[in-house]
Write a protein of this length. Structure first.
Length: 496
């Protein structure tokens, strides 16, 4: 038992889906609150009254929330609802456990620790059974595990059916929205396979599990015939998809075998979930802007990457080269409330950004047509400079970087996305794409100089900023690198 209630996490929310969980639900929630907060309970159309009085459990105002769905849709549907709410609240990861006391709440800190160490991985429980486990269930899950390992070419998963887990939230939501299946008993197995296909590595945590007898309140909604048929149908559906993906899966497995990096550390943020990209793209009137924004949000992890960089930073944000204002729209969709000012030289895009932002009802968002160096002279806060530097000559780049660096407040962040001159095939393809954008008049000017990381780092160090670069190309073939520089707080520490 921890010495006191845990601090409320701003990154990880625990979801407990529940359908007629009986008398054990209340105790499960109480135990969970002792080891992690916030806890969100999703009542999936329960009719047994097990959810009554949950709100009376002692917890901070933001430590416990209860969602009640009008009818039973299954575990996957309940978690999809919770994940959608968590995405809008700005969380980056989900923890999950069942509401029937089978999963030990005292293990939640272990999942949290593993997720923090490897934020790009799914953290899966590997059940450690005692004598209470029915043998038919143990043998059945071994068969399921065999097919899951086969369909993912290993995938690193030790168990595909245990419900105590941690997921990167955008990848979870994006994956679950991509299929109409995985809503009921097929959820746990199918989400593992699809997340592995999406590139997420798996990490496993040995976790004891109990099967409680009926006299102790144990309840099982598993139906041996119906749910086994559902599992057989799931694997029958996934087999042809596996065959279609086989060349890519083999190539990725080979690349990981040849790499020294831990894939759990290097897996980048995922692009926006389809519901978010659709909603943002539909706010534009012009079809070209709709199609462009939908494609950009569906493939580019930039916006989620910025959200995670700024996760605890609510200083005003200056978005230089904002284009259609997609960063502002995404941050608002993620529940961020800092004032945002976007600046761009393209009058048409600024007009479209203003109209789309107004259509979405966003507050404290402003878009200005012009040069950031003279249109917002008194700005002080956090600065984003995205996909813009290559259109300036070296001396212009240096002057702009110095100017913007001086606008970064103590505790603020200067985040830059740029194609770096490193001679790779991604670099060469990015050059070609920029010239194509010029030829189609999407970009008003030609690229003239791609920066070097060392030069940028040295220049910004002289302005009191320190930082590093990480790849952020996501599902695109371009040489996009995210550089994050921080100015220390007044006390000399950098805000994370």
């Amino acid at each position: 038992m921890p010495a006191g209630p845990p601090a409320i996490s701003k990154t990880h929310v625990l979801l407990i889906p529940s359908y007629n969980s009986g008398i054990l639900l209340r105790e499960t929630v109480k135990q969970a609150l002792n080891h992690h907060q916030p806890v969100w309970v999703i009542i999936d159309g329960s009719t047994d009254g097990s959810d009554s009085g949950l709100e009376s459990i002692p917890a901070p105002a933001s430590g416990l929330r209860v969602f009640r769905l009008p009818k039973n849709g299954g575990k996957g549907a309940a978690l999809l609802h919770g994940a959608t709410e968590a995405f809008a609240a700005g969380f980056t990861h989900l923890l999950t456990m069942d509401g029937d006391a089978q999963h030990p709440a005292e293990y939640l800190p272990h999942y949290m620790e593993e997720s923090r160490k490897q934020p790009g991985a799914m953290i899966l429980g590997k059940p450690v059974f005692d004598a209470s486990a029915p043998l038919i269930r143990i043998y059945g899950r071994r068969l399921s595990n065999f097919w899951t390992i086969l369909f993912t070419l290993g995938g690193g998963m030790k168990d595909c059916l245990f419900g105590m887990r941690a997921y990167p939230l955008p990848a979870f939501l994006r994956t679950l929205e991509s299929t109409r299946w995985a809503r009921r008993y097929d959820f746990d197995g199918e989400i593992c396979v699809r997340l592995s296909w999406a590139g997420l590595p798996a990490r496993n945590v040995d976790t004891p599990v109990r099967y409680l007898p009926t006299e102790e309140g144990g309840i099982s909604h598993f139906h041996y015939v119906r749910d086994n048929i559902r599992l057989v149908w799931m694997y029958a559906r996934l087999l042809p998809e596996t065959l279609l993906r086989l060349p890519w899966l083999l190539a990725r497995r080979l690349a990981r075998a040849l790499s020294d990096a831990d894939p759990g550390d290097t897996t980048p943020p995922q692009p926006a979930p389809s519901s978010t990209s659709k909603a943002l793209s539909l706010s534009f009137v012009k079809p070209l802007y709709r199609h462009y924004s939908r494609g950009k949000l569906d493939t580019d992890p930039l916006y989620e990457g910025i959200h995670q960089v700024l996760r605890e930073n609510e200083l005003p944000l200056l978005d230089v080269g904002c284009g259609l204002g997609l960063l502002a729209g995404y941050l608002r969709a993620r529940g961020r409330s800092m004032p945002i000012t976007g600046v761009d030289l393209d009058d048409a895009k600024i007009c479209a950004a203003r109209a789309a932002s107004a259509q979405r009802g966003e507050n404290e968002v402003e878009f200005i047509a012009g040069d950031a160096r003279n249109t917002v002279p008194n700005f002080c806060g956090t600065v984003a400079l995205l996909d813009f530097l290559q259109f300036l000559h070296l001396r212009e780049q240096e002057a702009l970087l110095r100017d913007l660096a001086r606008r970064v407040a103590p505790g603020g962040i200067f985040v830059i996305r740029a194609c770096l001159d490193d001679g790779t095939w991604r670099y060469l393809l990015t050059i070609a794409a920029d010239w194509f954008a010029l030829g189609t008049r999407w970009m008003p000017s030609a690229p003239v100089h791609y920066p070097l990381e060392a030069g940028m780092r040295n220049l910004l160090a002289r302005e009191g900023l320190t930082g590093l670069a990480e790849p952020l190309w996501g599902l695109t073939p371009f040489n996009n690198q995210l550089l994050v520089f921080r100015r220390p707080e007044a006390n000399g520490t950098a805000r994370e």
